[in-house]
Design a protein around this ligand. Structure first.
Ligand code: GLV
Length: 324
């Protein structure tokens, strides 16, 4: 008999067919408590769980006593209680490689659109405000040959450094847990502490996961360390930045602008003050959201589930040590 799995994200037809060939699939909208209650029997017998979004914690694990593998269609897994998964010996698979270049493109687009006021001026032109050649009040700031600081030199940080160095002749600073030789030799990146990075960068780019250590890592004190001309880019996780402190810093000129793909609460509430600021470019968490990359992530998540449920984990596993 084929193992049972719960699918909580719709898949392209070919990938769904592949999943169906290996498993008995129950597709649900989400993994909210009401959904679990409604499909209690299917959750109880499922050995696999595939999707993205929603919290995977002790409560969900209690409803899934047969669960052996979670496969998330994402690189980030801060919504998973990894300790609880480890205790239950449930493998967690993710998609860390396929989205790297696309997320770096998104970050570069935030660098450019904040510096050159692309979205603000787009609205202005479409509103019929372009009556004569613009004056200094609408000028942007240069990107090329400036200093770009990267908090978190993982795969995405490295791809961003490549773009900034070769494409824009920028100086690269970075802060990471380990020295990154490739970033230093290929892109001339210089390792420094967080304070130096904040003080010297024209663009501070966050590419960090959300952990206890990174929660509110950028607050009022850190924003004050930045140049008043500096721009903050966050495409990691919203709660790495204290959004209230950022809103204040953007309003009183502590920093120049921000480009945000992530927010403390997502979807960001329409009434959030940060959305009213002209010096903010806001995106709806689209870091990896291209047709090609979202397909690749779904494909990897399906392959990860198939590999893990057949005991063949070779890559893309967050907690391989539990197999020992
Ligand atoms: C996106 O944020 C991801 O974690 O894949």
């Amino acid at each position: 008999m084929k193992p049972a799995v719960i699918l909580y994200k719709s898949l392209p037809d070919d990938l769904r067919a592949k999943l169906d060939a290996h498993f008995t699939v129950t597709e649900v909208q989400n993994i909210a408590p009401e959904t679990i209650k409604q499909h209690a029997a299917q959750f109880a017998e499922a050995q696999g769980l595939l999707g993205s979004g929603g919290k995977v914690n002790g409560d969900l694990l209690a409803a899934m006593p047969a669960l052996r593998v979670c496969s998330t269609v994402s690189v980030g897994y801060d919504n998973f209680d990894v300790d609880a998964l480890n205790q239950r010996k449930v493998l967690l698979m993710h998609t860390p490689t396929v989205l790297t270049e696309t997320v770096a493109d998104t970050m570069m687009s935030l660098v450019l659109s904040t510096a050159r006021r692309v979205t603000e001026l787009d609205k202005w032109v479409k509103a019929g405000e372009w009556k004569k050649s613009i004056g200094p009040e609408y000028y942007g700031v240069d990107v090329h040959h400036k200093t770009l600081g990267i908090l978190g030199m993982g795969r995405i940080g490295l791809a961003l450094a490549q773009r900034a160095h070769f494409g824009f002749g920028m100086n690269i600073l970075y802060n990471a847990r380990r020295q990154h030789e490739e970033a230093e030799t290929r892109f001339g990146a210089r390792a420094c502490d967080v304070e130096t990075l904040l003080k010297e960068s024209d663009f501070v780019c966050i590419s960090l996961p959300l952990t206890e250590q990174t929660h509110h890592m950028i607050g009022a004190a850190q924003l004050k360390m930045m140049k008043s001309s500096a721009i903050l880019i966050n495409a990691g996780r919203g709660p790495v930045v204290d959004q209230e402190a950022l809103t204040a810093a953007l309003k009183d000129g502590t920093i120049h602008a921000a480009g945000l793909d992530v927010f403390e609460v997502e979807p960001v509430p329409a009434e959030a003050e940060i959305l009213t600021l002209p010096n903010v470019v806001a995106l709806p968490h689209i870091g990896s959201a291209t047709h090609e990359t979202r397909y690749g992530m779904a494909r990897d998540a399906v392959d990860n589930l198939i590999a893990a449920l057949s005991g063949k984990v070779e890559k893309n596993c967050v907690n391989p040590q539990i197999q020992a």
